[in-house]
Design a protein around this ligand. Sequence first.
Ligand code: NAD
Length: 428
Amino acid sequence: MTETTNAFDIAQGQFDHVAELLNLDQPVREMLRWPTREFKFQIPVRMSDGGTQVFFGYRVQHNDARGPSKGGIRFHTSETMDTVRALAMWMTWKCAVADIPLGGAKGGVAVDSATLNRDEKERLTRGWIGQMYRNIGPRLDVPAPDVGTSPQMMGWMMDEYSKLAGEYTPGVITGKPVGSGGSKGRTEATGYGVVYTIRETLQHLKLDAGKMSASVQGFGNVAQYAARGFTEQLGGTVVCVSWWDNKERRAISVSSDKGLDIAFLQSITDQYGDIDQEKAQEAGYKLEDADAWLSKDVDVLIPAALEGQLNGETVHKISDKVKILAEGANGPTTQEADAVLNERGIFTIPDFLCNAGGGTTSYFESVQNDMNYYWSKGEVLERLDFKMTEAHRRVLEMSTNEGVPMRDAAYMVAIGAVVEAMEMRGWL
Ligand code: NAD
């Protein structure tokens, strides 16, 4: 039988596995392996050439037992109801494992953001709110950015919602630009959060951070700050990053055995995470094929692009030297690949623990919106470090006590918290 790379199959498979370990009752399993509510809708957009194009939008609210549901909006060509369902489910576990009082949701539009001009993008984002505004809100469901969406787009969405609601409502959406209700530190939050969990793992494994090397898939928001934090905060070296080149329509890796200058790479990268090949070569870096990032002789692998990238086929390309897999992306590893990683003793920091920094700082943004009082960047990052360190400690403790891999342990912590909230609310 061929392995599934369908994200929702992976999410349900992971859940079923831990539901069995926890011996969950059947009704609880049914409630949690499917979303509570799903929306699919058309968004007609007037394009700049005068024509109209119809896009499909999605929002899935997986579970809101612990608080208003929370999760990003992704603009990507391969967006389907199943990718959104999977990402919504992972958001429930992410908020629970990070111990923030929110549930899980996700949204999206099947579109290639890079093909739209600024005006078209604005009309599409406002159109998404036009379809969803009755079913989102600061106490109901709070969207945020994800792949293909930006703080500016969140600003437009907040404005559209505020117009429809008849009052300024910054708390309806997070990831807004700073100065427009956004939180300082949000841009760095997910990548830095990845680094805090790597730091805690290195400490646990008694490895010297300064001697560590890493290879990264992706060079967007998460990857850039994970790479920066890995070099600047931990003193490690990043030897390879990869990206999806929008002009050539293929993935490319860029590498240097001596280590890449991440701030320089950021300066030659556009808003979609697309690196200028010529400038990279001029700097003496090597351009390699898509999977080169995966087979590097490094200590830490950081997939930070899309789901299903480590699967039964690609997992065998991983070097024997790799000790830690830090899942910056959501759902980068299939169950088949996961089994191989466990067998090989590679320490996995599972996605919804590893990349919980974005959701956590989004929650901080809502808190600041509610208070109408804003924290300094240092204060945000300090609180983030505390939350991430605590979450890592809880999961590691569960993993040690129960003798299970970190992914199962993270699920046990998260499912336990969600089921407890459902019981307290009388749903079970
Ligand atoms: P982004 O749009 O900023 O960047 C995505 C990057 O992945 C780009 O550099 C793109 O070129 C690259 N990419 C796409 N396809 C690729 C391929 N086949 N091979 C190599 N590179 C490829 O997105 P992001 O916000 O950095 O999100 C990345 C991942 O992290 C996603 O799984 C997302 O759901 C997850 N995530 C993001 C956040 C956040 O706060 N941004 C929070 C939690 C999880």
